[in-house]
Design a protein around this ligand. Structure first.
Ligand code: WTA
Length: 660
């Protein structure tokens, strides 16, 4: 790949010639032609891809229905099945004996399954679920670590038309309970334990705890996959070993043909206010975009080995592990462990061992591996043979140019394009991203919208701002894989994503963006709401605040803000007023630890604040509003330059600034 200095100080990387000639989208002219095709006939564009990439039981005759906007419907009279598309369709195309999943366990053991084997496993689970009375429309919560069983459980739900809701294995019993209650799930699929970094961590006992918290009467069964063989409690009449449930089940199962609009899954994510929202995705439109983006953004071909390092508990794992690569008949890696075990060379070793050709990970992981590699040659990518790589990807948070350059040079050997993919749980798949054989790359920019996606930067009134000027990121037209609603709360869906300020016309992403004055390339400038992005995980500040104040014995008041962090992107910083005098020294440390553990228990370890500062009060206006912008400056240890004239208690700034 050649790096040339552009007219600005930005480096531009042109697609390597080999890729530019052979990619699914070759050259900018091909990209532009696709965009123009979508422009000229928006519905025809999506319908064409939907017919080509998906198998329909009943072909759709309607493409987009806007009559109940913003509750858009796509391909609504078509019927299909997601698991049929990911498994049977490939077997019918002659890929039955092709490896679908290469699973590598935490300890390094490798298990491979072919498409035929994955289908058999999926069908047995599907039949097992049916034998328990689980049917189309029921919700099933999945609380399991990265595993073939996890992917197969999701596929099995899809096969019988049950809507899955995967809860990341790092969430606490309380968070799990909240999600079970909100979905009204009839069953929970879990494992005895999970193994990460050589350690066993509980899963089943957390499910027990969650159910014991109450409000989960909808749950009739808990199905337990045996992972580590740890001793766990089984409640008679409710808990069943997955192996027993599937043992006598046939390895085939007629798919439940569902409408394209049937909810394939619910996935909870943080918003700026209140409790996490259950983002509802469709079957047809979602699967179309999962397949199309996997094909074009990653240029997935028949002999690629694709590895997305995300967890199936997040949307990236849904779209780019469970659905996208399988819908295309690809071969993919599923990895149970962590990037730093047994050492920080694990990713590079796995790329070498499995000849990974497409590698998709998060900037946080890259940044932490840079640190490790710089300290120890043995875990530096140069100590491994990474010549199988041809495309790299980044997701979840902005990638800073320094990390981009390192990833490009040391992991990609200077020859692999990096696709910096901007998208969200709500968007289902990539929204703004380079295409590797077409788009010239600029480190730190997610470049241009995926063909068909009408992304724009507007001001508060919804008017386009000129290139070079920052604004609010919106999507002007509905697209197939967009969020359909917030489960059980359509009003919140409207308010969050189609607010009146924009006359309900545009999808509001919740991020700020700026387009380069010359190229029009997008750079995401960060969330414009109270959502933090810590190691690529979305956390609502309000959620963490309510977890803190629910520690009623200790906490009187709490405010949470983010501050930049070199490794995790953002770090959580909490300002806390206790019900007792402000602690200092060792006492402050001990209470901070107690509160961190409390938040870990309420939400999960990922939500534990990095900094906790104690004050006699919080900076407030005379009307009692907490001045968060001041807290943000304090968190960064920045001098306060803002106007503090409306502040009721200016002395508090000094106290909170000092106290760390
Ligand atoms: C951020 C993850 C910059 C953004 C797929 C978005 C990014 C939120 C990028 C969604 C990127 C994701 N560049 N920022 N390439 N990708 N984000 O729902 O703030 O977990 O709104 O989906 O992550 O996070 P979510």
């Amino acid at each position: 790949m050649s790096a040339t200095e552009g007219s600005t100080e930005l480096k531009i990387y042109q697609p390597p010639a080999a890729l530019a000639g052979s990619a699914h989208v070759s050259g900018m002219a091909a990209y532009e032609a696709m965009c123009q095709a979508a422009e000229a006939d928006y519905e025809g564009f999506w319908a064409g891809h939907a017919r080509e990439l998906l198998s329909w039981k009943t072909p759709f005759t309607k493409v987009l229905n806007e009559s109940e906007a913003p509750f858009f419907k796509w391909f609504e009279d078509g019927t299909l099945n997601a698991s049929y598309n990911c498994l049977d369709r490939n077997i019918e195309r002659g890929l039955g004996d092709k490896t679908a999943i290469i699973f590598e366990a935490d300890g390094g053991e490798v298990t491979k399954v072919t498409y035929k084997e994955l289908l058999a496993k999926t069908c047995q689970i599907a039949n097992g679920l049916k034998s328990l009375g689980i049917k189309k429309g029921d919700r099933v919560v999945i609380y399991i670590a990265m595993s073939i069983d996890g992917v197969a459980a999701m596929q099995a739900c899809a096969r019988i038309g049950a809507t899955h809701s995967v809860v990341f294995g790092g969430f606490s019993a309380q968070s799990l309970r909240d999600r079970i209650e909100d979905t009204g799930a009839v069953a929970v699929i879990t494992a005895d334990n999970q193994v990460r970094g050589g350690k066993q961590l509980p899963l089943k006992s957390i499910v027990d705890e969650a159910l014991a918290l109450g409000g989960c009467d909808s749950v009739k069964n808990v199905l337990v996959v045996k992972r580590s063989g740890a001793a766990i409690a089984m409640t008679a009449g409710r808990d069943l070993w997955m192996a027993d449930v599937v043992a006598s089940q046939p390895t085939s199962c007629e798919p439940e043909w569902v409408s394209a609009e049937h909810p394939l899954f619910l996935l909870y994510t943080s918003g700026s206010t209140g409790k996490p929202k259950g983002v509802q995705h469709s079957t047809g439109g979602y699967l179309l975009h999962a397949a199309l983006t996997t094909k074009l953004t990653f240029d997935l071909k028949a002999d690629d080995v694709f590895w997305c390092t995300a967890d199936i508990g997040w949307v990236t794992g849904h779209t780019y592990i469970t659905y996208g690569p399988l819908a295309l008949g690809g071969t993919e890696i599923v990895f149970e462990g962590v990037p730093t075990y047994p050492d920080a060379g694990r990713f590079w070793k796995m790329i070498q061992d499995h000849k990974v050709s497409i590698f998709y990970t998060a900037p946080t992981a890259i940044r932490s591996l840079i640190k490790a590699a710089e300290a120890n040659d043995a875990v530096h990518p140069k100590s491994y043979n990474l010549s199988s790589l041809r495309i790299l990807g980044s997701v979840g948070e902005p990638i800073n140019p320094a990390a981009w350059e390192w990833y490009h040079q040391h992991v990609g050997g200077g020859r692999c394009p990096i696709v910096d993919t901007f998208w969200q749980t709500e968007t289902g798949g990539h929204m703004i991203t380079p295409l590797p054989g077409a788009t010239p790359l600029v480190p730190g920019s997610c470049t241009l919208p995926f063909p068909g996606i009408q992304a724009a930067v507007v001001d508060e009134t919804g008017k386009d701002v000129p290139w070079g000027q920052g604004g609010i990121l919106v999507v002007k037209k509905p697209w197939p894989s967009m969020i359909r609603t917030i489960w059980g709360d359509p009003e919140r869906f409207k308010k969050s994503y189609y607010p009146e300020d924009f006359k309900g016309k545009y999808y509001l992403a919740g991020d700020g963006a700026i387009r380069d004055a010359k190229t029009g390339y997008f750079t995401i400038t960060g969330r414009i709401d109270d959502v933090l992005n810590v190691s690529g995980h979305r956390m609502g500040t309000m959620e963490i605040e309510s977890a803190l104040v629910s520690c009623t014995e200790l906490v009187a008041e709490a405010a949470v803000v983010g501050r930049p962090d070199d490794t995790t992107g953002e770090a959580i910083c909490a300002f806390v007023v206790l019900k007792r005098p402000r602690p200092t020294g060792d006492e402050a440390k001990a209470i901070a630890k107690q509160l961190r553990d409390w938040v870990g228990k309420e939400i999960g370890p990922i939500a534990k604040p990095k900094d906790i500062r104690f004050g006699d009060n919080l900076p407030k206006t005379r009307s009692g509003k907490i001045m968060r912008r001041l807290l943000r400056s304090l968190a960064k240890n920045e001098a306060i330059t803002q106007d503090t004239s409306t502040l009721e208690n200016p002395a508090i700034l000094e106290q909170l600034g000092d106290n760390h």
